[in-house]
Design a protein around this ligand. Structure first.
Ligand SMILES: Cc1cc2nc3c(=O)[nH]c(=O)nc-3n(C[C@H](O)[C@H](O)[C@H](O)COP(=O)(O)OP(=O)(O)OC[C@H]3O[C@@H](n4cnc5c(N)ncnc54)[C@H](O)[C@@H]3O)c2cc1C
Length: 559
């Protein structure tokens, strides 16, 4: 007998089999595939999305959690991208306030002028040559532009420059060689993978014309331009008949095109890793701000207090096969060394690393350019497979997913002979709908929706899921919650609510993407076993499968 979640997946697969026609088939359920699906859904287009792993489990799960203009990109001359990113950042602060939060950022500066000579040359030639630490003058120019585009009608503070004395007063643990610190406003996203899944839920809620399935891979096309999919959980094959294919498979765009019979060399991805450390002294030393530091050899490290831990990243290394990316011991040495340069008296011990992750940026192929200066902007290409048109997305960043989804959606509409008539610029996402902003609104909201739950528990759920927490509270109703033995603060009802609503098919979907349990280092071996039992009962796993799922969910952990 199928449980509720398993039946829902069977129903989608059956519906794809009985009705394989679609205006648009999207390959890839990263943030861009999902954003494009939402745009098409709102335009009433009959669309299908197929993701071969879990939603937002590719590049979209490997970000530095910044929703930012990208001050560095100004140095590469990418003014259009920075402007668009700042607009999108500000829209996300309004549309997804449950996960996207304002973030003060500080750049410690150890020289006055370096970088200023290299920058204009790079801007003109876009050629690779070594970078220098960005000097105070260059950073000042960048921040003036940043303020010009992104102050959100003055609601975000303008940038400030502090001399050595004030800098050390504010950051007593900082390297005493610092000459200045630059401070400016940006934003961070606490749970990017959750936002992606909530965006998907919004798209699917528009009606039956939109369908989506994870763990289904696009494997080939027929000579007639039909798209052949393989269900990776059952090994069954499905054939879709779309009018347009959108290849939103991120760093895998060329590999997907090749599988579909269309050779391309659009991509030149670079690998980036992160570590998450449990180091309270480092957390406190950041004073709640991101500290973004560039060494005098051009290497960059960001130190970001997040969800009670500290995220340290990232690298930018060329890689041929996105499937081979992993966080190496050398990268960890590098993070420890550079973070130690900023806060010399607060060493990061390897034993403090609770989680590590790696991903590949879906960057365009860029010849001999050094990875750090390759454009983060995006473009859309068009090819034919049989008689079907195929759009491929090259490049992009998390921050600009809405604008890019809009462009990609528009390009697909164009091929269908239609035009876009709506805009998502002001559309709240998932638990961002009616999200209470002030303390008073928050207390009122909690009182209104908590039912029999305590105010503290409702507050916790509101922080985790935004206003969607109301539906969890309603589902719990009058029944007493069963707290998990190994994870205080989580209950069986909450976990099953996630599994049933959010297309959980493996334990890692739950532990790494629907919740921040892996990221925050809460996923002990006992916790994995308890969750495997609970989720396994819902999804019908055998005892052996539960053991395998619990073992696989150790990925990235420091156990
Ligand atoms: C280290 C790093 C740090 C970053 N930091 C930031 C940041 O701080 N801020 C920011 O704005 N951006 C950041 N980015 C960029 C951002 O994460 C990506 O640009 C964005 O997530 C790309 O989304 P996507 O949907 O194009 O790709 P993906 O998320 O990779 O989605 C593509 C999906 O396609 C699926 N797929 C592949 N082949 C097939 C197939 N044949 N059939 C079906 N599905 C398939 C994959 O499984 C994958 O889930 C960072 C990226 C990296 C790697």
């Amino acid at each position: 007998m199928f449980t509720e979640s398993v039946r829902r997946r069977h129903d989608i697969i059956d519906s794809l089999r009985s009705d394989p026609q679609a205006d648009v088939a999207i390959i890839g359920g990263g943030i861009y595939g999902i954003s494009t699906l939402r745009e098409l859904a709102l335009a009433g287009v009959k669309a299908i999305l197929a993701e071969r792993g879990d939603y937002a489990g590719g590049s979209s799960a490997s970000s530095s959690h910044l929703i930012h203009g990208g001050i560095r990109y100004l140095e590469n001359g990418e003014v259009r991208l920075v402007k668009e990113s700042l607009i999108e950042r500000n829209r996300l602060l309004d549309n997804a306030p449950h996960y996207v939060k304002p973030l003060g950022t500080t750049i410690p500066i150890f020289s006055t002028f370096s970088g200023i000579v290299a920058a204009p040359l790079r801007l003109l030639t876009h050629k690779a040559f070594s970078t220098n630490e960005r000097g105070a003058v260059l950073i000042k120019i960048g921040l003036v532009l940043y303020d010009l585009f992104g102050r959100k009608n003055g609601t975000l503070p303008a940038h400030e420059f502090h001399g050595r004395k004030k800098s050390l007063k504010h950051y007593p643990a900082m390297n005493r060689d610092v000459l200045y610190t630059a401070h400016y406003s940006d934003a961070c996203i606490e749970q990017p993978e959750r936002l992606a899944v909530e965006l998907l839920a919004d798209a699917l809620a528009t009606g039956d014309h939109v369908r989506s399935v994870n763990y289904v891979e696009a494997v080939s096309t027929t000579p007639e331009g039909e798209l052949v999919l393989r269900d990776r959980l059952s090994d069954a094959t499905l054939t879709l008949r779309p009018k347009v294919i959108v290849n939103a498979s991120g760093p895998w765009v060329d590999l997907t095109n090749r599988a579909l019979g269309r050779k391309s060399n659009y991509m030149g991805g670079t690998k980036g890793s992160h570590i998450v450390v449990d180091n309270p002294a480092l957390h406190d030393a950041c004073r709640g701000r991101e500290v973004f530091f560039e060494n005098n050899d051009g290497r960059i490290v960001l130190i970001l207090p997040l969800l009670g831990k500290v995220l340290v990243g990232t690298t930018d290394l060329p890689i041929d096969n996105p499937g081979n990316a992993s966080c190496t011991e050398e990268e960890i040495d590098y993070f420890i060394q550079l973070a130690g340069h900023v806060f010399p008296d607060i060493p990061i011990e390897r034993s403090q690393i609770v989680y590590r992750y790696t991903g590949v940026r879906p960057l365009p192929a860029a010849g001999d350019l050094t990875p750090g200066v390759v454009s983060r902007d995006y473009r859309i290409t068009i090819d034919q497979v049989g008689s079907t048109s195929m759009l491929s997305l090259v490049g992009g960043k998390w921050t600009t997913f809405r604008a890019l989804g809009e462009h990609l959606g528009e390009s697909a509409l164009d091929l269908l002979g239609r035009t876009r008539e709506h805009s998502t610029i002001d559309t709240p996402i998932g638990g961002g709908v009616d999200f209470p902003r002030t303390n008073t609104e928050r207390s009122q909201w909690i009182e209104q929706h908590c039912g029999t739950l305590s105010a503290e528990r409702m507050d916790q759920l509101l922080s985790r899921y935004g206003s969607t927490a109301a539906s969890l509270a309603a589902e719990i109703g009058d029944s007493a919650e069963t707290a998990l033995k190994t994870l205080p603060g989580y209950t069986a009802q909450e976990v099953l609510w996630l599994v049933r609503r959010e297309w959980v098919a493996t334990l890692s979907d739950l532990t790494h993407r629907r919740t921040p349990l892996a990221f925050t280092g809460q996923l002990t071996s006992a916790a994995r076993n308890e969750l495997a039992k609970l989720v396994g009962t819902e999804l019908g796993w055998s005892a052996q499968e539960r053991r395998q799922q619990a073992a696989a969910a150790a990925s990235g952990l420091s156990d």
